[in-house]
Write a protein that binds this ligand. Structure first.
Ligand SMILES: [Zn+2]
Length: 198
């Protein structure tokens, strides 16, 4: 592994872009630092960027090169020092530091995946209740009330509240509701087993 690979595996493009003052919007779309624009058209991926406006593209090292007008090795040095990576550019890398940083990155990705899963659960549960509510509503006053309809009415307000709040939560708050979301996931599965999708 070269020092270039080390750098690329340790610092992702969105993190570097933000740190160097690039304005990053929803969906990791950034205001392109390489051409003038008002609407973000530069897409930041974990390991590269691509501008749909001016076709600028590259990895994190290229980004820093272009931002500051540096040679590749100078960009490597800059990132190494700005992100306190502790890579000794003349000696083999400090593997302990490299590994620690790698674990942090892995943990951050796992965190993101957990949050995405939790949101999916809340969305699926709400959608199911919404279908129950519409599909099993009594059509005439004499109809027997369907259990799914009653269940949906009792729970949909809460499901909607959870779904809407979840996106506004910060990381700590999301972690706090983990057990509750687990409970909702079991509840969702129970509904599917007992009553089906709809
Ligand atoms: Zn551009």
């Amino acid at each position: 592994m070269t020092i270039f690979d080390d750098i690329k595996s340790l610092v992702d493009v969105p993190t570097a872009a933000r740190s160097y003052g690039v304005e990053v919007h929803r969906g990791n779309m950034a205001l392109c630092p390489f051409h003038r624009e008002r609407n973000p058209s530069c897409k930041l991926y974990e390991d590269h960027y691509y501008c749909f406006g001016c076709q600028a593209h590259g990895d994190v090292i290229k980004l820093v090169q272009e931002l500051f007008g540096l040679k590749p090795i100078e960009a490597v040095k800059q990132i190494n020092s700005d992100f306190a990576l502790g890579l000794d550019l003349d000696k083999p890398p400090d593997m302990e530091k490299v590994n620690r940083r790698r674990r942090e990155i892995a943990e951050r990705k796992a965190e993101k995946a957990r949050a995405t899963h939790m949101y999916d659960v809340l969305l699926k549960y709400f959608t199911l209740l919404d279908r129950y509510k519409i599909r099993y509503a009594p059509k005439t006053p004499d109809d027997e009330i369907d259990g799914r309809f009653v269940y949906a009415l009792q729970n949909i307000g809460y499901a909607e509240y959870m779904l809407e709040s979840f996106n506004r939560f910060d990381k700590e708050q999301q972690a706090e509701v983990k057990l509750e979301v687990d409970r909702i996931e079991r509840e969702y599965k129970r509904c599917i087993e007992e009553w089906g999708e709809c």
